[in-house]
Write a protein that binds this ligand. Structure first.
Ligand code: UDP
Length: 472
């Protein structure tokens, strides 16, 4: 007997604020717009104070359950983050099963929505006869790639970067092996085995919900509708963008922006975890100077400091700013601002002085930029950022991609200056600014009542409500 009159959905988010935030936005939509009640399952592993505060502030209509800590101590200390998350979600299956069983018993579940790192939990929903969709916190092109990966693995033997042709997937921009997701870089690696397993697990989902929207990827969306990526339906229901504007502005970025002309400042940030080598930071600094453009730069401690033995984490050296070329801050003080580590990104993108964004191709940052109409330079570092960059630059045409000039992947100062000038005052930048403004409008229409993303979610919601009535 269902004691709660509202149909109830369980959601499962993998670790990381970049996964939890869009998942919570999805949950809120099911609750606020379609009258569901919801339980959100999250992991205790990799939890941070930011995550705890965020979950504690959820509205009362969303219950949250934390999966107990799962030991990963047996993994080699250098195993990468994707491996760790895959092992974690795999080992969590018995815990997720017991939570779902007890939720289902007390308040019948009409659906289960795990995110794209958790397809291992789909068989539980099948055992309990609960409808289930996978939530992909990124785009349709990524999903198309993952659905195709098992076939590619079976039909090729070389490393993907040695494939003689780019991969042509229906409705997607051709993708060279060098731009595949990071875990597919080396097919003999442990992480590749886990990602392949993940990709195979996608085949078990009844369907997919994605943090993208029709106008962002119209041809890929059509290919999915036409069944060219298989029979499973894929609903683009985003863009879900962080709306919290209450973050601190510790270093005074906003008052500084207030003093700059409209659309004149390039914002530079490489996501929550992106770090560069010292040499690359220096090339960016010299390139920025050469470009003569205004900038607001979030500088991180370089990734190779330990190897260089110059960073001991104490005193003045502690500041990432100390890795900038000598005299850089002084020489650029009229046009630039440098902040260490973290800045209130959404507020900065929302400021009228911000005219461009140099980012790492992270999907949340991309959607934040699109939602504020800011054109980009996409400089991929890891995860699926190379694929996103191909989509943004060659597909949609809202980002420039800098050319790496060396074997070791460094982008030299001349190229940095060229690409920045082109974005901020060149013809390409102008074209991209106008396209991104178009998408900004399209994004807000998509989410409004009756918009494409709203309707897509409504279709799924109605299906689940109907199922619930039939099975009562
Ligand atoms: N972010 C921020 N300030 C920073 C760097 C990042 O607020 O200085 C936020 C950004 O707004 C976004 C998230 O961190 O919401 C980064 O997510 P994304 O998917 O772009 O990249 P990831 O960090 O997962 O690589």
């Amino acid at each position: 007997q269902n004691r709660n009159p509202q149909p109830h959905i369980a959601f499962l988010s993998s670790p990381g604020m970049g996964h939890i935030i869009p998942m919570v936005e999805l949950v809120k939509r099911f609750v606020d717009q379609h009258g569901f009640s919801a339980t959100l399952l999250t992991f205790s592993n990799f939890s941070s104070p930011t995550q705890s505060d965020f979950l504690a502030s959820l509205p009362p209509c969303i219950s949250s359950v934390s999966i107990p800590l799962i030991s990963l101590d047996d993994l080699p200390p250098n195993s990468n983050i994707e491996t760790r998350i895959c092992v974690l979600t795999h080992r969590s299956v018995p815990h997720v099963r017991s939570v779902l069983q007890s939720l289902h018993k007390s308040n019948k579940l009409v659906a289960f929505v795990p995110d794209f790192f958790c397809p291992d939990t789909i068989p539980i929903a099948k055992e309990l006869s609960i409808p289930h969709f996978l939530f992909v916190t990124t785009n349709l092109a990524f999903l198309a790639f993952m659905l195709h990966l098992p076939h590619l693995d079976e039909t090729t033997t070389c490393q993907y970067h040695d494939l003689p042709e780019p991969l042509h997937l229906p409705g997607c921009v051709p993708l060279w092996g060098k731009d595949f997701i990071d875990p597919a870089r080396d097919r003999t690696s442990e992480v590749y085995k886990w990602i392949l397993r993940l990709a195979k697990g996608y085949g078990n989902a009844e369907g997919f919900l994605l943090n993208s929207f029709e106008n962002m990827e119209p041809e890929t969306a059509k290919a999915f509708r036409d069944g060219k990526h298989g029979p499973q339906p894929a609903y683009a229901v985003g863009p879900f963008v962080r709306s919290d504007m209450g973050e601190a502005d510790e270093f005074g970025c906003l008052p500084w922006l207030d003093k700059q002309p409209d659309s004149s400042v390039l914002f530079i940030s490489f996501g929550s975890g992106g770090t560069l080598r010292i040499e690359q930071i220096r090339e960016i600094a010299f390139g920025l100077e050469e470009s003569g453009q205004r900038f607001l730069w979030v500088v991180r401690t370089p990734s190779d400091t330990e190897k260089n033995g110059t960073f001991f984490g104490l005193g003045k050296q502690d500041s990432p700013i100390s890795y900038l070329p000598e005299g850089f801050i002084e020489r650029t003080k009229e046009v630039g601002m440098v902040v260490p580590s973290w800045a209130p990104q959404v507020k900065i993108l929302n400021h009228k002085a911000t005219g461009g964004f140099l980012l790492h191709g992270g999907w949340n940052s991309t959607l934040e930029s699109v939602s504020h109409g800011v054109p980009m330079i996409s400089w991929p570092l890891y995860a699926e950022q190379h694929m996103n960059t191909v989509l943004l630059s060659e597909g949609i045409g809202i980002a420039l991609r800098p050319k790496e000039s060396h074997e070791d992947g460094i982008v030299e100062r001349g190229e940095v200056a060229r690409v920045i000038r082109d974005l901020m005052e060149g013809v390409n930048g102008k074209r991209m600014r106008s396209k991104v403004k178009e998408l900004q409008e399209a994004a807000s229409s998509a989410l409004a009542v009756g918009g494409a993303s709203y309707q897509a979610l409504e279709e799924v919601a109605n299906k689940w409500k109907k199922n619930a009535l039939v099975s009562e």
